[in-house]
Ligand binder design. Sequence first.
Ligand SMILES: Nc1ncnc2c1ncn2[C@@H]1O[C@H](COP(=O)(O)OP(=O)(O)OP(=O)(O)O)[C@@H](O)[C@H]1O
Length: 308
Amino acid sequence: MPPILSVAGLEKHYDSGLTALGGVDLEVRRGEIFALLGPNGAGKTTLISIICGTVTMTSGKVLVGGHDVVTDFRAARSIIGLVPQEIALDIFSTVWNTVVFSRGLFGRSPDPAYLEQILRDLSLWEKRNSKVIELSGGMKRRVMIAKALSHEPELLFLDEPTAGVDVNLRRDMWALVRRLRDKGVTIVLTTHYIEEAEDMADRVGVIEKGRILLVEDMTTLMEKLGKRRLTLVLQHPMAAIPPELAGWPLELQADGQQLLYTFDANAEGTGVPGLLKRLGELGIDFKDLDTERSSLEEIFISLLEPAR
Ligand SMILES: Nc1ncnc2c1ncn2[C@@H]1O[C@H](COP(=O)(O)OP(=O)(O)OP(=O)(O)O)[C@@H](O)[C@H]1O
């Protein structure tokens, strides 16, 4: 199946002379949740804005559902739903009129039952007759999502959807995103809450200084770059790592009460049995042990470090 989004050789040089995108190639598969991660100013919003037609590209080619976003803009845009970072709503319009109007803008025939379902999914149904100005910030954000979904897009962009949003709304939003994915909607999201990307995304792309550093399945990425850590809580605190253990990648933590061993999550021989044996030989006892996997956040930071 052809990708729902295909970006090739995309460059954006702003008039200021700044290169926001320096040749981006990217494909997003139909039906996936794709997380685009990158530090502030990496080019995420510029990329999304070009795809959605609000910023013009300098060069390159972008196809959405096979439609060129420049030469076939209307067809491409009708497939897209965009929830931008900034809240942009007619504050004197009611919630209901906002979604009805937005659907109409895309030339879709009225479908009150569909719009009702969206508002119910976003816990906005009770507020349908309220004016936007009367809503809280979190509710306005939900209206932005309802508006973006009003014309039944196949590809939904969520640019920092959970910035400044409380825990409950965040949970509701992610539940909705999953339901949309289950209905076949493709979702591209940017977030600074990397643990959310880890929980939600099927694939992840990392962008830095206008270039894509990597695109990978989440599970593959975690396996490929993931490290595991073994923490041993010692019976007797140590002042320093004994010279007999100098060959092992160990660190002392918690005032010498914990010994930390980091190893490759996929290595055949992790070295853990050997380490435990050696500790036994040296008479180093421990009262507890714990293993954990490195998070996507740690992987993300380690990916960016060489580029800095
Ligand atoms: N209209 C503009 N004119 C000039 N430069 C711009 C313009 N819009 C964005 N930029 C610059 O382009 C670069 C990429 O910005 P962009 O907003 O795409 O980054 P981002 O990855 O979305 O960042 P953030 O995570 O902070 O939202 C930045 O250096 C930014 O200052």
